[in-house]
Ligand binder design. Structure first.
Ligand code: ASP
Length: 316
């Protein structure tokens, strides 16, 4: 069975169906209803790079649905330090589990794992490549706020060069006909091959270094962290660090229903003064990781989400 490696693995119709499933699963994600749809199934969590939200929300999603989780744990205490290859690790975990959530520092590693595995792989980030499960929760959050995905104006800001979240998200937003503004320092522009790929799919894209001048007519402002760990040259990082610092004072003229998102963790690109504004959505966005991943797990394991959740579920 194939998993989710890039957003190309899902049609627009499938994306919308999964978002609908996720919406119905909200009471289960909140712990208000018990619905063990994945009882007896086991997910493997294979994180070869640091993670807080992705790893924990996958685990929460699986457990809220009655499933089990086995973890690779800290790479330093696994056989990886003895020189085990990714291929061998996958061969083994494949036999222990029904589905694998994976993060790896190397771009392309998730596809490599999928080619080696029998069970579906959920790509939880492959280097500077893709992060499609993040995109699903991002789309969920945008649709929750605006009631639709089509035709919105979205500013993607910060590290567009190494930020895998914006690579996957810009692809999906293009398919829903959004207008995209890429705001980044010159060194951190969206890779040219991604821009031309998006344009080949009919994208309406503008590139700028002026973040603050771009946000007033936006429906969504998606901030990202500068991905320090991906720079080969520390001086280059030092030249871009702190490039954008969105503060509440920048929000005086923005649209009333504009939302500010961030995949987190933030460093200094969103000042805490923004947290108490009506625009801040990043903590709800992080919560939505549970519900979006619940819906994805069900979909990839071939388990239907009942139309009437409250009739199907019971009390905790
Ligand atoms: N958590 C996101 C990721 O893993 C964003 C980030 O690390 O900046 O890509």
């Amino acid at each position: 069975m194939t998993g989710l490696i890039t957003m190309d693995d899902l049609t627009n119709e499938e994306i919308l169906d999964i978002l609908d499933d996720a919406e119905r699963l909200l009471p289960v994600a909140k712990g208000e209803l018990y619905l063990p749809l994945l009882q007896g199934r086991i997910m493997g969590n294979l994180f070869f790079e640091p993670s807080t939200r992705t790893r924990m929300s996958f685990e929460t999603a699986m457990k809220r649905l009655g499933g089990g989780v086995v973890n690779l744990g800290d790479v330093k205490t696994s056989s990886v330090v003895k020189g085990e290859t990714l291929y061998d690790t996958i061969q083994m975990v494949d036999g222990y589990t029904d589905i694998i959530a994976m993060r790896h520092p190397r771009q392309g590693a998730a596809q490599y794992a999928q080619d080696a595995a029998r069970v579906p792989i959920l790509n939880g980030g492959d280097g500077a490549g893709n992060h499609p499960t993040q995109t699903m929760l991002d789309l969920f959050t945008i649709r929750q706020a605006h009631g639709k995905l089509d035709g919105l104006k979205v500013v993607l800001a910060g590290d567009l060069r190494y930020g895998r979240t914006v690579h996957s998200l810009s692809h999906a937003l293009t398919r829903f006909g959004c207008e995209l503004i890429f705001a980044s320092p010159g060194l951190l522009r969206m890779p040219a091959e991604i821009v031309s790929d998006l344009q080949g799919h009919g994208a309406n894209v503008t590139e700028t270094e002026d973040l603050y001048g771009s946000i007033n007519d936006a429906d969504v402002v998606y901030m990202t962290r500068i991905q320090k760990e991906r720079f080969a040259d520390e001086d280059e990082y030092a030249r871009c660090a702190g490039a954008y610092k969105l503060h509440a004072k920048h929000l005086a003229d923005v649209k009333e229903d504009m939302i500010i998102m961030h995949p987190l963790p933030r460093v200094d690109e969103i000042h805490p003064s923004v947290d108490s504004t009506r625009h801040a959505r990043y903590f709800e966005q992080a919560f939505n990781g549970v519900v979006a991943r619940m819906a994805l797990l069900c979909r990839l394991l071939g388990v239907a989400v009942p139309a009437d959740i409250s009739a199907a579920g019971g009390a905790l």
